[in-house]
Design a protein around this ligand. Sequence first.
Ligand SMILES: *[C@@H]1O[C@H](CO)[C@@H](O)[C@H](O)[C@H]1NC(C)=O
Ligand SMILES: *[C@@H]1O[C@H](CO)[C@@H](O)[C@H](O)[C@H]1NC(C)=O
Ligand SMILES: *[C@@H]1O[C@H](CO)[C@@H](O)[C@H](O)[C@H]1NC(C)=O
Ligand SMILES: *[C@@H]1O[C@H](CO)[C@@H](O)[C@H](O)[C@H]1NC(C)=O
Length: 321
Amino acid sequence: MGGFFARFTLWKTLVLIGLFLNLILFNIQNPQLLLTRWGPSPLSFIASDDRNRTNLSHIAFGMMGSVKTWPHRRGYLEAWWRPNKTRGYVFLDQPPPPELLPWPSTAPPYRVVDNLSGLFRVTKPRYELMPRMVHGILELVREEHDGVRWVVMGDDDTVVFVDNIVDVLAEYDHNKYYYLGWHSESVVSNLWFSFNQAFGGGGIVMSYPLARALAADMDGCLLRYADSTSADLITMTCIADIGVNLTPHKGIHQVDLHADFSGYLSAHPKVHVMTFHHFDAMDPIFPFKDHMQSTRHLMTAADVDQSRLLQQTICYHKKTN
Ligand SMILES: *[C@@H]1O[C@H](CO)[C@@H](O)[C@H](O)[C@H]1NC(C)=O
Ligand SMILES: *[C@@H]1O[C@H](CO)[C@@H](O)[C@H](O)[C@H]1NC(C)=O
Ligand SMILES: *[C@@H]1O[C@H](CO)[C@@H](O)[C@H](O)[C@H]1NC(C)=O
Ligand SMILES: *[C@@H]1O[C@H](CO)[C@@H](O)[C@H](O)[C@H]1NC(C)=O
């Protein structure tokens, strides 16, 4: 018996060495094969194909708002919304009253959120608003599907830099599960909710396959975490249940800050700025302008070149340097 096993082990070793040499020699003789075997996967070839590169038409936006906040917040959405180019909706808690109609064509079209009282007949959510906001993801995915690669959720006071969003998302493979966001600048906000979640006002960015997976078990998700105090936390937890972790992106800004914000702006990381939230809560970012004028002023710069927005430039004066 012992002899048999010794011979067997010897044979196995020889076969393995043979296979190993074969693999190496074979591949050296066929560099093409070496490339296809170890090089980038075919999917990343598709992603880097310029003709099929992710553009604005592949991104669906879902902005969560309410009839009450709409009149004084619509300017934040209209500052960046590009009618007939950006796709998506602002989700309202109830149908807009006659004084808000006709709905402006400069704003995202609106949808009224689903009535979830049927779902919560037995289990009551701690705060009714929270599941409704998470459910917005399903409502967006339900409406927007053809050619959608990414879903961006925000609030009605989120300012979005769409060209930068396109640039950033084009670098990721939209066929995989991705969940992008960034924590709050305020330690207390992270302590209250999580250090590892996307904050919804700053923006929750999901690849379409992930958003669809989330929507597929939306009822289960909302019932499991009905006791949660935060929509962002429910979203993160349900995405974690799918097995996906946060991909942080430093260009997404929740902005739980107040008053003078200029220090934070001048220290912006060297990444594309994707969003800003809570402009209302801070001092206007330009002197002698109110919040809305400041937002529009920022967007005139953004319309020229978003990629350089808030990036520091060092200029050398050749004569004196
Ligand atoms: C966006 O990409 C699609 C191909 O996926 C293409 O048909 C469309 O023309 C592009 N749109 C713009 C504005 O470049
Ligand atoms: C473009 O990308 C989409 C989505 O990934 C894919 O279904 C389609 O086949 C691609 N088209 C081309 C021409 O590569
Ligand atoms: C958007 O498209 C619709 C028709 O699809 C058109 O009536 C409307 O004028 C367009 N709006 C803008 C701002 O181009
Ligand atoms: C939701 O539906 C229930 C009955 O199914 C109704 O009593 C309630 O008023 C509805 N809520 C809203 C906001 O429409």
